[in-house]
Design a protein around this ligand. Structure first.
Ligand SMILES: Nc1ncnc2c1ncn2[C@@H]1O[C@H](COP(=O)(O)OP(=O)(O)OP(=O)(O)O)[C@@H](O)[C@H]1O
Ligand SMILES: O=C(O)[C@@H](O)C(=O)CO
Length: 426
């Protein structure tokens, strides 16, 4: 029976969390959307239900998250985790506060900690303020995010605006003292009537201590970082068996490809690095604003290029090109057109024998996984922090998939993903 039941507000974020759990010894499966009632519970220590609730209307996000919680409770999970972005991406109305409030109420816990810190990827929380690298969140570029602009780095204030309850802080000085001090501070905040505690964390040691302090919490919320301490709490209670290789995956032999719809600086850099080293097709949706035509163009190109080397097909473009397409079609239609095209291309590639596929971008990953009709991904070895290989369980063909968050991965990610050491076949 699974121990930890997780609800993630987007697809790449779900994979990021799942990877953290695998790295710390839990066999983990990611489910796409809320499974139907009565569907088989995967054989895993942790289950992550991936939703598309980050930018959905609040009521929808709450309803989907509660449905996921109900399924995970029914599946037998003992503790629950609400995963949101390490940059606390949320709209002005929510959705982190309202979803968290609803989960707290459903579980009757009255309280939850919130910690988006992920030091490995440069996200730290100090005195309740979120930093991305050396910059405060609101000066990190995230203040210009098209859907979830983050203009305030003070998370006590941000969450306070979103939640029905009040928000306290467990500051660095307490976190430094370790698990017992953190536990006492959280208990005190709960007794004072706080519904939430933002917990500072600057290092992985802090995250481990927070995990230990929250061992008895019904609900933990945060980025993938704060999950790194949870597997040990199950192990310490004798609930989690040691497994030789929790990241073992079936192999999938066949051609390799990258499809990219992320326009983040990191993804553009990764495409730049792949260009010239492997066959790379850069689509121009501004010149061809027609999804079917883009798919045809990509498939004609791929017919001569698919082989021993990975191929890269990208719609990704710098901000001025994205803005130009948005100005012509409207923001939603522009995004949908490109997502539609990339999903069609991914489907075409799999039909032509691609069995190892990297998808760059959260929305893009959602479109691809949905088009391929995938429902369940088993999590395997990490390529870079937060981006593991996964294996599509129950699919029509053997398929390995890596869903890369826009901002994650080293500059050579698209090359190293297919290097033998990165894939570590079971
Ligand atoms: N050339 C383009 N012009 C306009 N929109 C584009 C273009 N290329 C991609 N897009 C759209 O930009 C959006 C990128 O969002 P996506 O979530 O996939 O990437 P991201 O935001 O970098 O990733 P993450 O959510 O993991 O941080 C998608 O809706 C995609 O369709
Ligand atoms: O936490 C993160 O930064 C990522 O897992 C994510 O959610 C990107 O969309």
């Amino acid at each position: 029976m699974p121990l930890l039941g997780c609800i993630a507000d987007d697809f790449t974020g779900a994979t990021d969390l799942a990877s953290m759990l695998v790295r710390n010894g839990m066999r983990t499966v990611q489910l796409i959307g809320v499974p139907a009632e009565g569907s088989t519970v995967p054989d895993a220590d942790a289950i992550v239900v991936a939703l598309k609730s980050r930018t959905a209307p609040v009521e929808q996000a709450v309803a989907d998250s509660l449905a996921a919680l109900a399924w995970l409770r029914h599946a037998g999970c003992r503790q629950f985790f609400f995963k949101y972005c390490s940059t606390f991406d949320s709209t002005e109305d929510g959705n982190i506060g309202p979803v968290g409030d609803a989960l707290i109420d459903a579980l009757g816990s009255g309280f939850a900690l919130a910690c988006p810190a992920f030091p490995t990827n440069g996200r730290t929380v100090y005195q309740g303020h979120l930093f991305v690298g050396t910059a405060l969140l609101n000066e990190s570029g995230m203040e210009k995010h098209p859907l979830t602009p983050m203009t305030d780095a003070n998370l006590v204030r941000v969450l306070g605006r979103q939640s029905r309850g009040t928000v306290g802080l467990v500051p660095f000085a307490i976190v430094e003292q370790g698990a017992a001090a953190i536990r006492r501070a959280m208990t005190a905040l709960k007794e004072q009537g706080r519904r939430w505690a933002i917990v500072d964390a600057v290092t992985d040691a802090h995250l481990r201590a927070i995990g230990e302090a929250a061992a008895a919490h019904a609900l933990v919320t945060g980025g993938s970082g704060v999950a790194l301490g949870l597997p040990e709490t199950f192990r310490a209670r004798g609930l989690l068996a040691a497994i030789a290789d929790p990241a073992a995956l079936p192999t999938a032999d066949g051609a390799a490809a990258v499809v990219a719809g992320s326009c983040s600086r990191t993804t553009l850099l990764q495409i730049g690095m792949a260009r010239g080293q492997v066959p790379t097709l850069e689509l121009d949706p501004l010149a061809t604003p027609d999804a079917a035509a883009l798919v045809r163009q990509a498939m004609d190109w791929a017919a001569t290029k698919l082989g021993d080397r990975p191929v890269v097909i990208a719609a990704s473009a710098p901000p001025e090109r994205v803005a130009a397409l948005q100005a012509r079609l409207g923001r939603d239609a522009a995004g949908a057109l490109v997502e539609h095209a990339i999903a069609g291309i991914a489907q075409g590639l799999v039909e032509r024998g691609v069995r190892r596929l990297v998808v760059a971008g959260g929305e893009t990953a959602g479109a691809v996984v949905t088009r391929l009709g995938l429902r369940s991904l088993r999590i395997g070895p990490e390529i870079d922090p937060g981006v593991p290989w996964t294996y599509a369980e129950g699919g029509a063909v053997p398929l390995r998939l890596a869903l890369k968050s826009g901002n994650f991965g080293a500059p050579d990610f698209f090359l190293k993903a297919f290097a033998p050491a990165g894939e570590q076949p079971a």
